[in-house]
Write a new protein. Sequence first.
Length: 238
Amino acid sequence: MSDPNVFRPKKLTVEDIKAGCITLTGEESGTDTRICVINEEFRAGFDFIDQFDKSVTCFGSARLAPGSVYYEKAVSITKRITEELHYAIITGGGPGIMEAANKGAHEAGGESVGMTIDLPMEQVTNKYVTHERPFYFFFSRKVAMTYSAEAYIIFPGGFGTMDEAFEILTLVQTKKIAPVPVIFVGEDFWGPLDEWIKNTMRDTHETISPDDIDLYTITDDVDTILNIVKEAPIRVED
């Protein structure tokens, strides 16, 4: 069988992928073109992330500005992870917590990765990203970001952060990905959600199993976070 990578350059842009799919299908839009773009985005995302031997993915609000408590905490946490453990730091490449996490990795001289999204006006890649992979579809970007990290660190955020957090917990719960640490930073922010999960989901309505609360850790202690990441097994592709 011929090597498919011979015909697929590793650094295709969003525009390159779409143009290639239009050439292949012969139509500007439609189901075949859409499927082609989705397939090539997955391929490009997996090829891109495979270059990093071990990584930590960080999620959090794009609205938390420099100087805010959790922006600065994200900088300090990712800086120490990079300096002491030598992990690549992966984010969505935008502002807020994404920028902070990339900044920590960049200041430590490590691999600061941005899995960016192609939007008309909203997102600009932050200046601390050293390795970038752009995406057109949110879902293919999210799959790539949850593909092979050794740990996930989730800072305070909005609906998007909640979506990412619960998807990762669901993937671990249902064994669609290997057991991996999920760390929530911000006891004051995540504490009420933790109580709701335990009191309402687990105890009152029994919509989760009793041991599902062991799938995540809530902490503000940086040493604890580093130890969790350090003890996590290095994931290998099946």
